[in-house]
Design a binder for this molecule. Sequence first.
Ligand SMILES: Nc1nc2c(ncn2[C@@H]2O[C@H](COP(=O)(O)OP(=O)(O)O)[C@@H](O)[C@H]2O)c(=O)[nH]1
Ligand SMILES: [Mg+2]
Length: 585
Amino acid sequence: MRYCLFATAGHVDHGKTSLIKALTGIDTDRLPEEKRRGLSIDLGFAYLDFPDIRVRLEFIDVPGHERFIKNAIAGIVSAKGLLLVVDVTEGVKPQTLEHLRVAKALGIDRGVVALSKVDKVDKELLSERRRELEEILEKEGFNLPIVSVSVLTMEGIEELKDRLKSIIKDFSHDAEDKPLRVFIDSAFVVKGFGTVVRGSCVEGKLKEGEEVSVEPYEIVAKVRKLQNHGSFVKEVVAGERVAVNLPGLDKDKVERGAWLLEPGSYIKSKESIISTELKLKPSARYSVFCGMMETQGRIRKISEGTYLLRIEREIVLKRGDRIVVLNSSGRLLGGAHVLHPYPKIRRKEFIKERLYLLKNSFELYLLEEWSKEGLSAELFRRLTGEGLNPKNLIHIAYKIEGRFFSIKLIERLKGKLKELLQELSPETGLRLSMLQKSLGVSYSVLRYLLRDFENFTIEGNALFKRTEEASNQRAMEELTERLSEDIVEEKRLLSEGVEKIYIQRAVKEGLVHDLGNGLLISDGLLKSFVMRLRELGDEFSLQEAKAKLGLTRKYLIPLLEYLDYMGLTVRRGNRRIWKRSGRGW
Ligand SMILES: Nc1nc2c(ncn2[C@@H]2O[C@H](COP(=O)(O)OP(=O)(O)O)[C@@H](O)[C@H]2O)c(=O)[nH]1
Ligand SMILES: [Mg+2]
């Protein structure tokens, strides 16, 4: 089963609650006060199943009274579509427009309009109202089908269901793959279970037994039971109305607007960069809805249509989220969308100079904003709810230990490092922490940068310049190491990039022997050959030597001749005899 959330919208008494009841059989006016007054005060919930397309359409019934505009926003904010109800006898009224504008502010553009109570009017008035309605919808920027309905005669109810079905049939369910986000609208205690929070799952999935973090309070709690409309379920997904049993949670800690999130999946902040068509003023104080959470805030203008929003409490947002803006007296102004939920650098010039990146290639913006720390896929996901596509960073960034750094920056740092290293003397060295500080980079980045500088060595936690002597020493060590297992031809070493001068020096110092014909052997290997040959007794034949050392004639003959030359052996025909006076070995 998949789920899709719709909200009702429309002026008070236009027939929203009655229509939901006619569609679903569920009476959403559940508060005693609502029953008494015949008026929806708070949100109500119902659902309609379409078994053939395996979708449950969830309804949030929104109150229409103007005093409850905030409840209306809280209801519409988690919806993907709208069921707008307009009383045919009254036509469009203030809250009809207001709710349409809330939907617009939230980027909701799909849904159906029900022209209600058509049992009360004649055909003429009906078609006049329809025309009026079409005009207004167009003016407000909506293109929605209109269905005439009556809950008394049940006229149009089936048509309305068909319309709804054809809309939700094509809905994408990719929100299911995002990190979990539940907007909480209430919390209560159920005897025997403990605290239950209820809300709309707008993104992701949640399973029984999983841990969630309740934000913005930073409480991690374990899900004991899950329900969808009173039935226990093992898992809930995006689009679903949910009741989540969190026994360990204190119900009084939770208020409407809180979130259930996958722990660690988002960043909370009090500042964000938003984009809007509204003309906002730095002098004014605004009321903003982020999800169902209402808070107060002020803005700083970055440029036309782009503002830095500073709110009074830490909340959870991600890039692409819509927020609703009201003026300080609670009048709806419109919507904005979040470009950056956690701007680390809030300097106006920084943001302004990079507006294009901010709007069009967020990865690149973040690469500059987090230049020294590097951009990780995890950070990207926390800010956007999406995976970082490394393809977008090819040719622009290096990946160092899981984080991306711009090539431009790394090259600049290399230049700076070069300058710093020029002043380094062989004796004193430089603490790595000092270098890190001067460059403003992590240890892993410093190590990455140092790879390009050859004549330095790290000893302990300091960097030393290699003296020429030390460089020679190192080259010699490398050379003898290379020659310690096999006899190697000189031209092969040269082709591997060993400098001739080091070979000559090694031979001169006795570390390496030149057997003639350009065959080189390390002193150690030569000694071990001699020792093994000595095991053959006072004298040995060419064949015995070959079997003992496993060398081909190409190498063996120069080796044995070299022993003769060294005065260790004398050759007699095919045999070699150890000389008594042979040096040492
Ligand atoms: N005649 C008639 N009355 C209706 C119809 N739908 C709703 N009503 C009445 O209109 C009033 C307000 O309806 P309600 O559903 O509470 O409106 P809401 O405030 O938009 O939820 C109630 O008295 C309903 O009985 C309809 O189709 N025909
Ligand atoms: Mg109602």
